[in-house]
Design a protein around this ligand. Sequence first.
Ligand SMILES: CC(C)(COP(=O)(O)OP(=O)(O)OC[C@H]1O[C@@H](n2cnc3c(N)ncnc32)[C@H](O)[C@@H]1OP(=O)(O)O)[C@@H](O)C(=O)NCCC(=O)NCCS
Length: 178
Amino acid sequence: MAETRTAAHSAIAIRRWDEVARPDQLGAALDAIFFEASGTKSFASEEVRAAFRERWLGRYLVQHPQWAYLAMAPDGTIAGYLVGALGEGSGFDDFATAAQQYPAHLHVNLAPHYRSQGIGAELIEAFAKDAARAGAKGMHVVTSADARNMRFYERVGFQPRARTTVNGRELVFLGRRL
Ligand SMILES: CC(C)(COP(=O)(O)OP(=O)(O)OC[C@H]1O[C@@H](n2cnc3c(N)ncnc32)[C@H](O)[C@@H]1OP(=O)(O)O)[C@@H](O)C(=O)NCCC(=O)NCCS
């Protein structure tokens, strides 16, 4: 199905969140992609669910809108997004030292239909280019050691730099120089 994949990919445009008209109307689309992609599927309460969304998605859109990107189909459908920040840590104390070398960080998710067509790499490169231009010397992501996306991150230039275990799950800090 290579032809279909190429056609779908070539129609996708990478746009900056703060340059898209009425980004406030896109919140529900991003939430849907975020919760579908998340490994956490059940929450003790609505408050816990809202706090989870705030930690991994919401606060980036509010505090760092200039570092958020959308992958958009021609009809305005959101294929995926990347949110990031230049300087703050990614929320894991054990990675504070590693984060000094790779201070920018990001979270990227695509809707299932749009995966494995190179769109994730385009979102990463858009962020990397802008972060480098803004003076960041490196960027990082954190994922699970056994996650399929490890291969994706290594292919787009990240390398494992630190590991820790949180709640019995091995997490990997992957860094890429800019
Ligand atoms: C990870 C992701 C952003 C990569 O973007 P992409 O455009 O699909 O990536 P590419 O087409 O450049 O490369 C394909 C690679 O993406 C990753 N990928 C594809 N589908 C995936 C899925 N359902 N879950 C996790 N990783 C996936 C794999 O590493 C795949 O390589 P493989 O086929 O050798 O396993 C995207 O697949 C995705 O959103 N996956 C689910 C959510 C996720 O894992 N987000 C990152 C959280 S840290």
